[in-house]
Design a binder for this molecule. Sequence first.
Ligand SMILES: *[C@@H]1O[C@H](CO)[C@@H](O)[C@H](O)[C@H]1NC(C)=O
Ligand SMILES: *[C@@H]1O[C@H](CO)[C@@H](O)[C@H](O)[C@H]1NC(C)=O
Length: 585
Amino acid sequence: MMLLQRVGPACHVLVLVLCLSAAEDFDWSANNHDSFYYGTFPNGFSWGAGGSAYQTEGAWDKDGKGLSIWDVFTHNKGKTFLNDTGDSSCDGYYKIKDDISLMKEMNLNHYRFSISWPRIMPTGIRSDHVNEKGVRYYDVLIDELLENKITPIVTLYHWDLPQVLQEKYGGWQNISMINYFNDFANLCFERYGDRVKHWITFNNPWSVAVEGYETGEHAPGLKLRGTGAYRAAHHIIKAHAKVWHTYDSQWRSKQKGMVGISLSGDWGEPVDITNQKDIEAAERYVQFYIGWFATPIFHGDYPQVMKDFIGRKSALQGLGTSRLPTFSSQEKSYIKGTSDFLGVGHFTTRYITQKSYPSNRGTTYFSDRDVAELVDPRWPDPGSEWLYSVPWGFRRLLNFMKTHYGNPMIYITENGVSEKMMCTELCDDWRIKYYKDYINEMLKAIRDGVNVKGYTAWSLLDKFEWDEGYSERFGLYYVDFKNQNKPRYPKASVQFYKRIIQSNGFPGQREVETWKRKATETCSTSNQLLAAEEQRNTAANILKLIHDPLTSHMEMVTEVVVPTVCTLCILISAVFLMFLLRKRN
Ligand SMILES: *[C@@H]1O[C@H](CO)[C@@H](O)[C@H](O)[C@H]1NC(C)=O
Ligand SMILES: *[C@@H]1O[C@H](CO)[C@@H](O)[C@H](O)[C@H]1NC(C)=O
């Protein structure tokens, strides 16, 4: 009897597993940690770097630009690290030529950037006003890129929703965003589509939904726990599908480009790959992350596991319907198949195990998943505290995507690592190691049969990192934000990445080791340049103060100078005294 009772559900699981494995053959139970693979990428593989409008452009109120939710969010104190804003950031708005020369230096094939919606439509609504000066900025950027043989990969929505749409409608909580976003996208196709052939509708919609409308860490800062993220995501998925159809029916035959979405997600590895509960938990983690968006777009509906879990928990709460919205059958067929390629952003990995959350303690997106995230303390965490370097997770994620979404064409849209807070070290050997190992795992994934067409290092420049302000630097190039001119300095990783691009991969151990040595040699010169520049700035500031007639400033100067001079005097006397004493002995 005992045995039979046990066999019942086990059979169920077995049938389910068999059903799944007919369509998908992702193998949770085998995690290959092969050694480094020397080899090259397919011909025509596209190498790039990226950034986004609000993070790099600055010029937040110039030339007729409207407010975005990020302008408003950062101007409210207490929302970002040190109350930093993107008001001027890298001043990329004024540095098109400079930045393109940095891309040329690395021989980039493509550059990924985003169009600021309120820069070209100040209220977000096309019939209100189109800001031609804003339109012109991206015209120049695109033309300059093409002139330098760099392909533009353009994101339409990288989080900077026009503030008017937030105030009037509640932003992505409101279904009306779908039409407004479609109007904006249509204008972009109309004005830029003759030259832009790679369009990304949304960058990392997970973050927009969860951090914008659930935790409130990002603009617009709403905390609509347990519902806000699901509703925002629902409208984003529909808006994506609508824009794809607009391109497909109105522009594709003329412009012959592609429209996709860029999804970001950590990999979730079962703590114990022989434990079915851990495997299910890890799969749930990945489904709630990228499956939430990818499954509707590739298969027409939300992942079954999301429908089951959120539905059951909503019922336990006494709700009549699930907090996860539903698609009608027309909507399902309209949404299914609306991505010409899949953009993938990826940074890190977690170990996952099952953990039940009692439904009486408030429901959130996070408690709906019933998982716990763990990290291995041996994993290196060179930069941001959440960013552990786990290269093999990248290959696992890419293989998961291949098996679950029918081996789509993939562009890596974001991958990279930051450095510890306020670090001004240009000899970034940890970034070299991160890129080397992650790019190598991507190469292994291509050998596994994953259809990856391009790779975008994240990011070209240090830039505004949302709620983290300027405390996290992801750039290949260091930006001195304290200097009004925002000068850029190459980190060692620039030289290393350039070699990978030149060789289209990793030709051999000896070469790769030489690259690394040479890269770290050049950076010490850059370090000296930067240090000298910083000293000059400090000196210039002190001089400015000395020449300023205001006595209050004079006091400040004496505060700085007097102790320094005194310390120096004492030091010199001490050395002199020692010298004298020695002589006597
Ligand atoms: C940021 O703004 C808040 C609110 O005005 C203030 O309390 C806090 O001290 C500010 N932080 C910094 C680093 O200026
Ligand atoms: C959407 O916006 C319209 C117009 O402002 C408003 O009437 C409606 O209540 C909004 N819906 C939601 C869910 O906020």
